[in-house]
Design a protein around this ligand. Structure first.
Ligand code: ADP
Length: 280
C-alpha cells in the first residue's frame, strides 16, 4: 500500500497507528501536495468572496439609485394630492374626496417604503448629523401621524411620554427608527389590541419602549428580524405589507448612536421593543 494512503487511513481513523517506516521524501511530497491544494482552495475562496462583495456593492448601488429615482415623482404626486385634498384646485365631490384619500394613503405607504430604502443606504454609509432633539416632541408627532392608521386597524395607541432634556442625535434617522418600530407594532397587532409607547430618562440614557399585544415573533426568528429583507412570513399571500428593511434601519441607526435594541416577544401574546440610547 502506498504510504500516503496509509497516512490518510490513519487521519481518517481507519488504522490505529502510523506506518512503522515513514520515508521522509515521500512525506515531504505528500505534504507539499496538501499545501498546494490548500493554497488553490484559498485562491478560489478569495475570488468568490471578491465576486460576492462586488455583487453586494452593485445591489446597494441599484437600491440607492432606484429609490432616489422613485422619490422624485412620488414627491410631485404627494404635492398634487395635497392640493386636491385642500380644495386648492377646486371643490371636490364626496366620491372624488374619497378617491383622493385612498390615493393619498397609498402614496404615503409607497413613500415610506422608498424612504426606508434610502435610509438603509444612508445609515450604512454616511456619518450621523447630530444635534439636540426633544425626543418627547418627536414621539408625540409620530403618534399623531400613526394614530389614524391604528384607529383604522382597531388598535388602541397608548402613550406615556414625559418631557425629557434634549438628546444629541441624528433626528432624521432616529425619527425613521421610532416610526418603523411603532408602525410594526400597529401593523402586527390585530383588531382590539393595543400598542403602548413609553419614554424613560435615567439621565445616563433614554429608553423608548414600544409594547404591543400582537401576533408575536417565534423564538427562532427574534435574532433574524434585524437582517435586511428578513420577514417571519415571507409568502406572497402574507396579510402584512412591508419589504423587511424597517428593523435593519433601526439596528444600524441605534448602534450608530452607540445604543442597542432589546426584543422580548411571545407568539400570540405580543412583543416589546426596547431602544436604549446612551447620552454619552
Ligand atoms: P417589515 O415590517 O417591512 O416586514 P421589518 O424589518 O420592520 O420589516 O420587520 C421584519 C419582520 O419582523 C417583520 O416582517 C415581522 O415578521 C417581524 N416583526 C417586526 N416587528 C414585529 C412586531 N411588533 N410583532 C410581530 N412581528 C414583528
Amino acid at each position: 500500500r502506498r504510504l500516503p494512503d496509509q497516512i490518510q487511513e490513519f487521519i481518517d481513523g481507519k488504522r490505529d497507528a502510523l506506518p512503522q517506516v515513514i520515508e521522509t521524501p515521500m512525506l515531504r511530497e505528500y505534504s507539499q501536495k496538501l499545501v498546494e491544494r490548500l493554497e488553490q482552495q484559498v485562491r478560489e475562496v478569495t475570488t468568490v468572496n471578491a465576486e460576492l462583495q462586488e455583487a453586494d456593492r452593485l445591489k446597494n448601488q441599484f437600491l440607492a439609485t432606484f429609490s432616489h429615482e422613485l422619490r422624485t415623482p412620488l414627491t410631485s404626486i404627494l404635492g398634487y394630492v395635497e392640493l386636491l385634498e385642500r380644495g386648492t384646485l377646486g371643490a371636490l365631490t364626496p366620491m372624488q374626496r374619497e378617491a383622493i384619500s385612498v390615493i393619498s394613503r397609498n402614496t404615503n405607504t409607497l413613500t415610506t417604503h422608498v424612504n426606508n430604502l434610502l435610509y438603509l443606504q444612508e445609515v450604512r454609509s454616511s456619518q450621523l448629523k447630530r444635534a439636540p432633539i426633544a425626543i418627547h416632541e418627536m414621539l408625540q408627532r409620530l403618534l399623531t401621524e400613526i394614530r389614524p392608521r391604528a384607529a383604522e386597524g382597531g388598535v388602541e395607541l397608548l402613550a406615556h411620554i414625559p418631557a425629557v432634556t434634549p438628546y444629541n442625535g441624528d433626528s432624521m434617522v432616529l425619527e425613521q427608527s421610532f416610526r418603523n418600530v411603532i408602525d410594526n407594532a400597529v401593523k402586527f397587532t390585530p383588531d382590539r389590541g393595543s400598542v403602548q409607547v413609553i419614554l424613560n430618562d435615567d439621565l445616563a440614557r433614554l429608553i423608548v419602549q414600544v409594547k404591543d399585544t400582537g401576533i408575536g415573533i417565534p423564538a427562532n426568528a427574534v435574532d433574524k428580524i434585524f437582517l435586511p429583507f428578513y420577514q417571519v412570513d415571507n409568502s406572497l399571500a402574507r396579510p402584512y405589507p412591508g419589504v423587511g428593511i424597517g428593523l435593519a434601519i433601526v439596528k444600524h441607526a441605534i448602534e450608530a448612536h452607540h445604543g442597542h435594541v432589546i426584543v422580548r416577544s411571545e407568539p400570540g401574546v405580543g412583543s416589546a421593543f426596547t431602544i436604549v440610547l446612551p447620552r454619552k
